[in-house]
Design a protein around this ligand. Structure first.
Ligand code: PA5
Length: 431
């Protein structure tokens, strides 16, 4: 076992006993076997599991060379997509490069990256068009179905912008990531001779970050996707019924059966923000069905301890927490000396990581003393390789957790209901 991500159960002792774990063992064994052999619910959609070993090598190399081309000919990359077609890329880029990536990108000679097509807000779209200004830009439009309304509308606007600026050469600035065979976007790409990348068959949107869906924008931002893949490969190698991703899935299900219906992901780094957005989608769309499921939400600590912290401590006991703890951060700062008017002399010379750790352990103990179970996941470091491991770890956890709760973790029929209503209201033919 490489265990770049480990499950720490020390704060669960008063909430879960060994018998509760034992009761889940045979169900978990079945779930793991079903995921591996594809015999479980939605088993045709599990190709993401082996992607780290099976991914098309030609496509992987082409992603890296197109990323270099975009870095050389564009100051801005516009990524058009919604849900699983953008959250993974944004999560990786902002976690590795920082939440202020766009403010530092130019300094490092890299394109700024903006995500559109994930809202119908005219104000947001106008803001991004203004940010591009008269600078060179490329577009990566991503949609597995090729028919999702929000990105399709955004593509109309940004395609037009590219055609106005580049004329016939616009086709050299537009990259399409979509299904290999079907869909409106596939047709548009063929008609306009756009370079295309494939959302692999049998890989659903929220499980697609380690395909071209995530890899092209991630690579444009300067992140080494070989390292990301190396970590995912290690996680795949570690995956079995004894692995920590399965222990984590079992633990969530035990807590759920005890009445803890909400999982609050938290961590002490603002750069977790989009990792949490990706996790919210991964778990909510995978598990929230048949009137069952854990509701995933997230907070950045210590920031949010000064807002929702009060509820966690003293509010209704429906929440359990999953704390993401980076063990060795690549960055640290020492608290400088000063006069002691601020009464901080006792911290002089100490690292910020020391304060962070104190805040985390203090918070976990405060919350468990109030009856809020805490799962701690230790993440070895903040390198791309470990992030690749973390991504695969959570994907397998979500799938296994779904099987433990007897649902199909790979469909999302519930999302169609708002779309049908919206299409009726907007007058789409056939609705
Ligand atoms: O996980 C999923 O499958 C969804 O969230 C999709 O990613 C999202 O709806 C976007 O779909 P598409 O890529 O077909 O535009």
């Amino acid at each position: 076992m490489t265990n770049l991500v480990t499950f720490d159960n020390q704060f669960l002792k008063k909430f879960i006993n060994d018998e509760e774990y034992d009761n889940f063992q045979s169900t978990a064994q079945n779930a793991v076997e079903q995921l591996i052999d594809g015999s479980g619910a939605g088993g045709t959609e599990t190709k993401w599991l082996n992607l780290p070993n099976d991914y098309d090598a030609e496509e992987f190399t082409r992603i890296q060379s197109v990323a270099k081309k975009i870095q050389n000919d564009s100051e801005v990359l516009i990524v058009i997509g919604i849900g699983g077609s953008y959250l993974g890329a944004r999560a990786v880029i902002e976690y590795i490069n920082g939440t202020n990536y766009n403010l530092t990108a130019n300094r490092d000679g890299l394109p700024e990256i903006y995500f559109v097509g994930n809202t119908t807000s005219a104000a947001y779209q106008q803001e991004i068009i203004n940010i591009i200004g008269d600078r060179d830009f490329s577009i990566n439009v991503i949609s597995k179905s090729g028919t999702t309304t929000e990105p399709a509308i955004a593509f109309r606007f940004f395609k037009k912008l590219a055609e106005q600026k580049y004329g016939d050469q616009a086709k050299d600035k537009i990259y399409v990531t979509t299904d290999s065979q079907k869909g409106a976007l596939k047709e548009v790409a063929a008609k306009n001779d756009y370079e295309t990348f494939v959302v692999p068959d049998r890989v659903g949107g929220r499980y697609s970050v380690l395909s071209a869906v995530g890899l092209l924008p991630i690579s444009v931002s300067g992140i080494d996707i070989d390292k990301l893949y190396a970590g995912a490969r290690l996680a795949l190698g570690d995956f079995n019924v004894e692995s920590d991703s399965v222990k984590y899935a079992i633990t969530r299900n035990i807590l759920y059966r005890q009445g803890f219906n909400i999982e609050l992901f938290n961590g002490y780094e603002p750069r977790f923000q989009y990792i949490f957005e990706w996790l919210k989608q991964l778990f909510a769309e995978s598990e929230g069905k048949n009137n069952r499921g854990i509701f995933p939400t997230a907070a950045i600590f210590t920031t949010d301890l000064h807002s929702i912290g009060q509820f966690i401590q003293e509010g209704r006991k429906i929440i359990f927490e999953t704390v993401l703890n980076i063990k060795k951060s690549s960055m640290d700062e020492i608290i400088p000396s000063g006069d002691n008017v601020d009464q901080l002399a006792y911290l002089e010379g100490k690292n910020l990581s020391f304060i962070t750790n104190g805040a985390m352990i203090g918070t976990i103990n405060a919350h468990i003393s109030a009856g809020v179970p805490n799962i701690k996941l230790d993440i070895e470091d903040d390198e791309a390789r470990t992030l690749g491991y973390l991504i695969h770890f959570f994907e397998t956890s979500a799938a296994i957790s779904g099987y433990l709760n007897a649902i199909n973790p790979f469909n999302q029929n519930g999302v169609e209901v708002y779309k049908t209503n919206m299409f009726k209201i907007l007058g789409k033919p056939g609705y």
